[in-house]
Design a protein around this ligand. Structure first.
Ligand code: PEP
Length: 255
């Protein structure tokens, strides 16, 4: 079985309700021909817009993701949003471990693992983000950092649970900075991650796992990155807020 090709747009905390409707409608209209192909297109709007974005995309193959979820099931956790709530609004995925959650909100590996388990228990697939900082790359410990992030979190899942996870390698120094990993740097890290999966699970599990690149991926560099052997798509931030750019990124994916 071929690995799933995926292009996911992470809208972060941007836009109003009207902006979300406009962006979704434009993407649906422009990408009509692409959306029934082999690429899975995922939109990750802010929580309040999930039901509407889901409704606007219901005639398409577009899937919806949340950008985070609570590690708790329900109860007195003011401001939190549970995996069950997200699933009940029509989302199929949730992003967990984004570097902004790790750095700004101090989310650590053990909490992230709890969130992943909660997501899976509610039938959400997980886009799990890992990646090194600029300092860690300069110290040449980027492989070790990525492996530890995986060992301390989703490598503790069973192989069956892990098969519902997608990994996004997002070098922190490339997120929102306009700096992109070179194709060689990206391929090298994706290949390394696939090797870590094979070591922790089996080569077959590793072969099936979709690995996305994130970090200033845009319509100019997507085709080159997506053509690499171990890169199965992208997690797109800034460029996913412009319908034309995002659709061009989807079009960069070759089967
Ligand atoms: C992201 O935050 O997941 C991301 C990849 O952002 P950007 O594309 O803006 O670097």
């Amino acid at each position: 079985m071929k690995r799933k090709k995926i292009v996911a747009g992470n809208w972060k905390m941007n836009g109003t309700y009207d902006d979300a409707c406009k962006l979704t409608s434009e993407i649906v209209a422009m990408a009509k021909d692409e959306l029934n192909g082999n690429t899975v297109v995922i939109l990750a709007p802010p929580f309040p817009f999930i039901p509407t974005v889901n409704k606007l995309t219901e005639q398409t193959n577009i899937k919806i993701s949340a950008q985070n979820c609570s590690s708790e099931n329900s109860g007195a956790f003011t401001g939190e949003v549970s995996a069950a709530m997200i699933a009940s609004c029509g989302a199929a995925y949730v992003i967990i471990g984004h570097s902004e959650r790790r750095t700004i909100f101090k989310e650590q590996d053990d909490l992230l693992l709890k969130k992943v388990q909660m997501a899976l228990a509610n039938n959400l697939s997980v886009i799990f983000c890992i990646g090194e900082t600029k300092e860690q790359r300069e110290q040449a410990i980027h492989f070790k950092v990525a492996e530890e992030q995986l060992n301390n979190s989703i490598f503790k899942l069973s192989a069956d649970e892990f098969s519902k996870c997608i990994i996004a390698y997002e070098p922190v120094w490339a997120i929102g900075t306009g700096l992109t990993a070179t194709p060689a740097q990206a391929q090298e890290m994706h290949h390394y991650i696939r090797g870590c999966i094979a070591k922790s699970f089996t080569p077959q599990v590793a072969e099936q796992c979709s690995l996305l690149y994130g970090g200033s991926c845009n319509e100019s560099n997507a085709a080159e990155l997506f053509a690499l052997e171990d890169i199965d798509g992208g997690l797109i931030g800034g460029a996913s807020l412009k319908s034309r750019s995002f659709v061009n990124i989807i079009k960069s994916m070759k089967d």
